[in-house]
Design a protein around this ligand. Structure first.
Ligand code: CTP
Ligand code: MN
Ligand code: MN
Length: 515
């Protein structure tokens, strides 16, 4: 083998690299244009990979730093064919040779790509189950980066459905347990293939593991399938799908024999204002809101805010801030850089929107938050105290179209499939607007960072932040403030980063809070 020092001298002699290795320390010209290598770091390790890559380059092989469709030979060490194929499937597909490192070392010795023999090819069962990589992850969701690309959607969909069913059955504890388990699986870097990989992961109880086992072995969980089919679950979903109808009301109606919208309408039950609006706009409100529609709503709210209080600022929060492509509503946080100027802002915004015909329904609650000198009475007693407005927007087709165009002609034009198209199919004629749920929150600038963090979500991420604060740091976190119980004082912050720092957590981007 060439000693390290001499290799360095050779590589720095700079003959102008033509090998597209992505490594500037490899300089030999490409001698085998038909062969493009990619060395899989998994199990090989980064330093050995770097060394072998350099060796390949020196011998005139093209070694790619990143996997791409150009790659013809994938070189692996200690991986089974099955593992590598699974990994390849997650990459831009390519029918490359999957080879053991022995092919590489023999080629290096020969100074050319040697013929691929059977013994060079990756075997299916090269490794035993005990050697399968086990995953590990921190306990609290707020310690993890959970992006929207989930490698275990089949499992997390199953667990989320069970969580939803528990929540709809007023069993919040069970609901949270399933949500926590789903969040752990969402954060894994690869698909789970066997239960043994899950040993040592937090938040996975016996019930959850049974569900996962079922899905891994049979492709579906019998409990999930049975739940989906259950009349009660279906009715709870339909009824709580009405804006303004909570779990308790839905449960009461079901006990009275009301299982569908038709039965509800026929029952002539008195509905409150929110429920009336919910029933009236049921179809629209159960149609996911797109990012372009969120933009359209944002433009309207922006105009309202600017008209009634110049200098006030509006921020998109909730799921869209986390990068979601659709949502059940659109959430905004409004503030003013001068403390106190935000007082009375909400009624003005609401009446501007109303006068312009943008509101189908709204209910505003006043700010009832007061800071006590000795800290918050109960951990959650100061949640939800902002001046806020739950509303149903009337979003004109014209505004949707403009926002969609602004979002870029680059995005493919969708086929005729919006709610307007739905009502057209039903023969209701083309409705020139759609109803959209919109939440508005106003916060004073001194609480803005807490409000921003508290309203960006996800709900589980928020819950975990508060659990972390309470259990690990003896602090109380709300959307208004952070109180340190040991020091008996509030900890101020003007950015989300500062709050994470106060909590002793690494900063997590909004797009990584999709737990
Ligand atoms: N929130 C809250 N109090 C409520 C309702 C919501 O503090 N009574 C917070 C939630 O914790 C969440 C954020 O507001 O962080 C947004 O809630 P919501 O709109 O329900 O959820 P999204 O994450 O935006 O999901 P979706 O895209 O479905 O709207
Ligand atoms: Mn939302
Ligand atoms: Mn909301």
């Amino acid at each position: 083998m060439v000693p390290l020092k001499r290799r360095k001298v050779v590589s720095s002699s700079g003959a102008g690299s033509t090998g597209s290795t992505g490594r500037d320390d490899v300089t030999s010209a490409t001698r085998f244009p038909q062969v493009v290598l990619f060395l899989l770091e998994r199990k090989m390790g980064a330093s050995r990979r770097a060394f072998l890559s350099q060796l390949g380059g020196k011998n005139g092989f093209q070694v790619e730093e990143l996997f791409s469709e150009r790659v013809t030979h994938v070189i692996c060490e200690n991986n089974s064919g099955e593992e590598v194929r699974r990994w390849l499937q997650s990459q831009a597909g390519s029918p490359a040779h999957l080879l053991d490192v022995s092919w590489f070392t023999e080629s290096m010795r020969a100074g050319r790509p040697v013929e691929i023999l059977d013994r060079h090819k990756l075997q299916e069962q090269q490794i035993k189950e005990v050697e399968v990589v086990a995953f590990s992850t921190p306990s609290y969701a707020c310690q993890r980066r959970t992006t929207l690309d989930n490698h275990n959607a089949v499992l997390t969909d199953a667990l989320s459905l069970l969580a939803e069913n528990a929540e709809l059955s007023d069993e919040d504890g069970r609901g949270v347990a399933f949500r926590r388990a789903a969040a752990v699986l969402k954060s894994l870097p690869e698909p789970v293939t066997g239960l043994t990989q899950l040993r040592g992961l937090p938040c996975l109880g016996g019930h959850t593991l049974r569900v996962i086992k079922d899905v891994l072995e049979n492709g579906a969980s019998s409990e999930v399938e049975a739940t989906k089919q259950s009349e009660r679950f279906k009715a709870l979903k339909v009824l709580t799908g009405i804006f303004g109808v909570g779990v308790k009301t839905a449960d009461q109606w079901i006990r009275e024999g009301i299982l569908s919208l038709h039965q509800l309408q026929d029952s002539e039950r008195t509905l409150n204002r929110a429920q009336q609006a919910g029933l009236q706009h049921y179809e629209d409100l159960n149609q996911p809101v797109t990012r372009a529609e969120a933009d359209a709503v944002a433009a309207v709210v922006e105009e309202a805010v600017a008209s009634v209080l110049p200098g006030a600022r509006m921020t998109l929060i909730g799921g869209f801030r986390r990068g979601k492509l659709t949502g059940h509503d659109v959430d905004f946080l409004i503030t003013h850089p001068e403390e106190g100027r935000e007082v009375g802002l909400m009624p003005k915004v609401v009446s501007w929107l109303d006068s312009q015909g943008f509101l189908l329904y709204q209910k505003t609650t006043r700010n009832s938050y007061l800071e006590a000198k000795d800290g918050p009475a109960r951990p959650s007693s100061n949640m939800d105290r902002f001046e806020r407005c739950f509303s149903v927007f009337k979003l004109p087709e014209e505004a949707r179209r403009r926002a969609k165009e602004a979002r870029g002609a680059a995005e493919e034009t969708e086929p005729c499939s919006g709610p307007a198209a739905v009502s057209q199919v039903k023969g209701e004629g083309l409705k020139p607007w759609r109803a959209v749920r919109v939440d508005l929150v106003v916060s004073p600038i001194s609480q803005f960072a807490f409000a921003l963090l508290g309203w960006t979500g996800s709900k589980l991420f928020e819950r975990e932040l508060r659990r972390w604060a309470g259990h690990e740091k003896a602090m109380s976190l709300s959307s208004h403030a952070l109180f340190d119980n040991k020091q008996s004082r509030y900890l101020r912050a003007s950015s989300e980063e500062e709050i994470f720092a106060h909590l002793g957590l690494e900063y997590i981007l909004p797009s990584e809070r999709n737990a």
